[in-house]
Design a protein around this ligand. Structure first.
Ligand SMILES: Cc1cc2nc3c(=O)[nH]c(=O)nc-3n(C[C@H](O)[C@H](O)[C@H](O)COP(=O)(O)OP(=O)(O)OC[C@H]3O[C@@H](n4cnc5c(N)ncnc54)[C@H](O)[C@@H]3O)c2cc1C
Length: 404
C-alpha cells in the first residue's frame, strides 16, 4: 500500500479543518503546532454562505452553536462615552458567530481521535525528493511525509521555507491591531460593543461570554515596521507607546492588557501569491491567501479551502499535482473577491481630520440608509462567490492513494 501521510503545519482553523476531511478520506494527517496547546483568543469570527455549507457537511454546526456569540448593539462613542452613532444587534454577526479560540477548540476536539497532533514543535527544514518530503523538526527529529501543507497563518513558516521571504507576498493595508480578553470592567450588557476613534487610532470593547468577559481591541494606522512575531511583551509595548495619553477607557484597557494571557497582535495585511503550491508542498488559509481581518472572511476561506483541498486530493486519487491545481482554480475567485472587499481599510482608522469627521457622519447615517443593507449583503455576495461540490462523506478504508 502506498503511503498517504500528510503533515500540516498549524493547529488553528485551517489545519484542523483539513485534517478533519483528510482522515475521513483515508489519509493520515499529522499536525505540528508551534504553541504548547491550541492557541486561545481572537475576536468573534462569523460564517456566511459557502462556509456554512461546509460546516453543515462537517456536521459540526450544532457543536459550534453551543459556543455561539451574537454581537449586540455597537455604539460609537466620544471621549466622554457619549453616543455618536449606533448599529443594531447582530449587524456584524453573519449567519453564525463564535470566538476564534472556541472554534479552534471545537475543531481540535473533532479531529484529535484521527489526527496525530505534535505541539510545541515546528518544521525547521524540508527537502523534497521524488517520493516525499524529508522534514526536520526544531526538536531535532526527522520524518518523511508524502505531502506538507502550510496552514500556519500570516507569517507562515512553510511558506518561508518553500516560497521564500514573506515580504514578497505581504501587502500591508496600513493598520496594526491587537486583541485580548479582559474582565467586563465597563459592565456592558447584552453583548454590546463600544468603539472610540481618534486620528489614526481606534479602540473597541465588546462584551462576550454572556457579559462575564469583554474583548478589547486596539487599531492604529502605521506604515510597515519590523517587530518580533513571537515576543508578546514587545508587542504589548508597541500598544502601550501608541496609546499612551489617550482618553476614554484607554488607560483602563492598557492596564487590563498587562494581565491578558491571550493577547494577539499583527498587521492588517494580505498575502497575495501567484500560486499556492510548490511540488509536494501547498498553502492553506491565511498562509496562502490571508485577506486581513478587514475582510471578515479569513475563517470562512480557511474552512472552505480545507474542504476543497482534501476533496480534490480524494478525487484525484491522491495525485497532488492535479489536486493542487484544481484546489487553486476553485478557491481563487473566492480569495480574489474577499481580498478586494478588504481594500480601503483606511475608513476604519481614518488618518486625516476630514476623513475622521466623514467616518463619524457615515456611522451616524448608515443605519438609516440603504447602505446598511449593502454592508450586510456585500459580505454575503463574497461568501457565495463559489459553490462547493459534494465529495462524498464515506470513509473508504480500502482506498489506496497514488501519492508516490
Ligand atoms: C491567537 C490568534 C488570534 C487571532 N485573532 C484574530 C482576530 O482577532 N481577528 C482576525 O481577523 N483574525 C485573527 N486571527 C487570525 C484568524 O484565525 C485567521 O485569519 C483565520 O481564522 C484563518 O486561520 P488559519 O488557520 O489560516 O491561520 P491562523 O489562525 O493564523 O493560525 C495559524 C496557526 O499556525 C501556528 N503556527 C505559526 N507558526 C508556526 C510554526 N512555525 N509551526 C507550527 N505552527 C505554527 C499558529 O500558532 C496558529 O495556531 C487570529 C489567529 C490566532 C492564532
Amino acid at each position: 500500500m502506498k503511503t498517504k501521510t500528510i503533515l500540516i503545519s498549524g493547529a488553528s482553523v485551517a489545519g484542523p479543518a483539513l485534517a478533519f476531511w483528510l482522515s475521513r478520506y483515508g489519509f493520515k494527517p499529522t499536525i505540528v503546532e508551534r504553541s504548547p496547546a491550541i492557541r486561545q483568543g481572537g475576536y468573534a469570527i462569523d460564517f456566511r454562505g459557502v462556509a456554512m455549507e461546509v460546516l453543515e457537511k462537517m456536521d459540526i454546526v450544532k457543536e459550534i452553536k453551543k459556543h455561539e456569540t451574537r454581537a449586540g448593539k455597537i455604539t460609537i462613542v466620544d471621549k466622554h462615552n457619549r453616543k455618536l452613532a449606533s448599529m443594531p444587534d447582530g449587524f456584524t454577526s453573519g449567519e453564525l458567530e463564535i470566538l476564534r479560540g472556541d472554534l479552534a477548540n471545537v475543531f481540535y476536539e473533532a479531529t484529535k481521535e484521527n489526527t496525530e497532533y505534535i505541539f510545541d514543535n515546528s518544521i525547521s527544514s524540508m527537502q523534497q525528493t521524488s517520493n516525499g518530503v524529508e522534514v526536520a523538526f526544531s526538536n531535532g527529529e526527522s520524518r518523511k511525509f508524502d505531502l506538507v501543507i502550510g496552514a500556519d497563518g500570516l507569517h507562515s513558516n512553510v511558506s518561508a521555507l518553500a516560497f521564500g521571504d514573506e515580504q514578497k507576498f505581504h501587502h500591508h493595508l496600513g493598520i496594526y491591531f491587537a486583541v485580548f480578553t479582559t474582565s467586563n470592567f465597563m459592565d456592558l450588557k447584552d453583548m454590546a460593543g463600544h468603539y472610540y476613534g481618534t486620528l489614526g487610532k481606534r479602540t473597541g470593547i465588546f462584551s462576550v461570554r454572556k457579559d462575564t468577559k469583554a474583548q478589547a481591541s486596539f487599531y492604529f494606522a502605521s506604515p510597515k515596521f519590523d517587530y518580533s512575531y513571537r515576543d508578546i511583551n514587545a508587542q504589548k509595548q508597541i500598544i502601550r507607546e501608541k496609546f499612551a495619553g489617550e482618553q476614554w477607557q484607554i488607560p483602563q484597557m492598557l492596564q487590563h492588557m498587562e494581565e491578558a494571557t491571550d493577547f494577539y497582535f499583527d498587521s492588517v495585511s494580505q498575502v497575495r501569491m501567484d500560486r499556492w503550491s510548490n511540488d509536494r508542498i501547498a498553502l492553506l488559509g491565511d498562509a496562502g491567501y490571508c485577506a486581513s481581518p478587514m475582510s471578515g472572511m479569513g475563517t470562512s476561506m480557511a474552512v472552505t479551502g480545507a474542504y476543497i483541498l482534501a476533496g480534490e486530493l480524494k478525487e484525484a486519487d491522491g495525485d497532488y499535482s492535479i489536486a493542487f491545481a484544481r484546489y487553486e482554480e476553485k478557491m481563487r475567485p473566492f480569495v480574489t473577491a474577499a481580498q478586494k472587499m478588504a481594500e480601503g481599510a483606511e475608513w476604519f482608522v481614518p488618518t486625516t481630520r476630514f476623513k475622521l469627521w466623514m467616518s463619524r457622519q457615515i456611522w451616524k447615517i448608515l443605519p438609516h440608509t440603504p447602505w446598511k443593507n449593502m454592508m450586510i449583503e456585500m459580505p454575503m455576495k463574497v461568501a457565495t462567490t463559489i459553490k462547493v461540490k459534494d465529495y462524498g462523506l464515506e470513509q473508504k478504508p480500502e482506498m489506496v492513494y497514488n501519492l508516490g
